[in-house]
Design a protein around this ligand. Structure first.
Ligand SMILES: Nc1nc2c(ncn2[C@@H]2O[C@H](COP(=O)(O)OP(=O)(O)O)[C@@H](O)[C@H]2O)c(=O)[nH]1
Ligand SMILES: [Mg+2]
Length: 209
């Protein structure tokens, strides 16, 4: 048990617990997935589970129904749910509790689905290697400009629901350019969780970078 410093601020406490989580993840590739409610985070994870099976573990912080976890586990991936009690973001302590409940033996990739929100989650390190922002076509193409704090920190951005191109107005080249202005090294994945388009490239990134 690490020593707990006196007079530790909430921010320092989160940073300390995130560092402990990082040790517990033991070198596995860990991603913190952040996006609006309904952008398709769980649907993307369902597709990801179909390809990675038991090599994937999902820490679910945005459970709407009991069905959400089932969508992941039916492919042999592991899933654990976090009770957020209405919080607008996950913190490292919640993730530490989830790690206690999940067997990471044989797992190579861990994805944490954060609470659906583009503002609060981006400021909290959970012990991940990288943050991944999820946006989708019906939300409109101004998201990176409106929420720069997230897109500055996200190593990757998934643009989901590309099956709706031509049905909703969305300038994907503008989104890519805006993302690159905030993070020159960002990886952008254009996917449709509905059709499966682009999912392979995303899963390849999860596995190898
Ligand atoms: N057309 C379309 N709908 C999608 C796609 N991905 C997710 N959806 C739908 O969007 C809604 C929200 O998806 P969900 O995965 O629960 O979003 P989350 O709240 O971000 O986890 C559901 O009705 C999905 O069926 C997609 O690629 N294309
Ligand atoms: Mg979800």
């Amino acid at each position: 048990m690490a020593r707990i410093p006196v007079n530790e601020s909430p921010r320092e406490r989160n940073a300390r617990m995130a560092a402990e989580n990082r040790k517990r993840f033991g070198g596995r590739r860990v991603f913190n997935m952040i996006g609006s409610p309904g952008s398709g985070k769980t649907s993307i994870l369902e597709r990801t589970a179909a390809l990675l099976g038991p090599a994937l573990a999902v820490i679910e912080g945005d459970v709407q129904t009991a069905l959400d976890a089932e969508r992941i586990t039916r492919h042999g991936s592991r899933a654990v749910q976090i009770e957020t009690g209405g919080a607008c973001h996950l913190n490292a302590e919640m993730v530490a509790e989830a790690i206690e409940k999940i067997d990471l033996d044989g797992v190579e990739v861990v994805v944490i689905e954060n609470v659906g929100n583009l503002v609060c989650p981006s400021g909290f390190d959970l012990g991940e290697d990288a943050k991944v922002a999820v946006v989708s076509l019906p939300e409109g193409d101004e998201k990176p400009v409106k929420y720069p704090a997230l897109f500055m920190r996200a190593a990757a951005v998934i643009v989901n629901k590309t099956d709706l191109a031509g049905i909703v107005d969305y300038d994907i080249e503008r989104v890519k350019a805006d993302c690159r202005k905030l993070n020159a090294d960002v990886r952008v994945f254009e996917v449709s969780a509905k059709t499966g388009a682009g999912i392979r490239e995303w899963v390849e990134y999860l596995r190898k970078g």
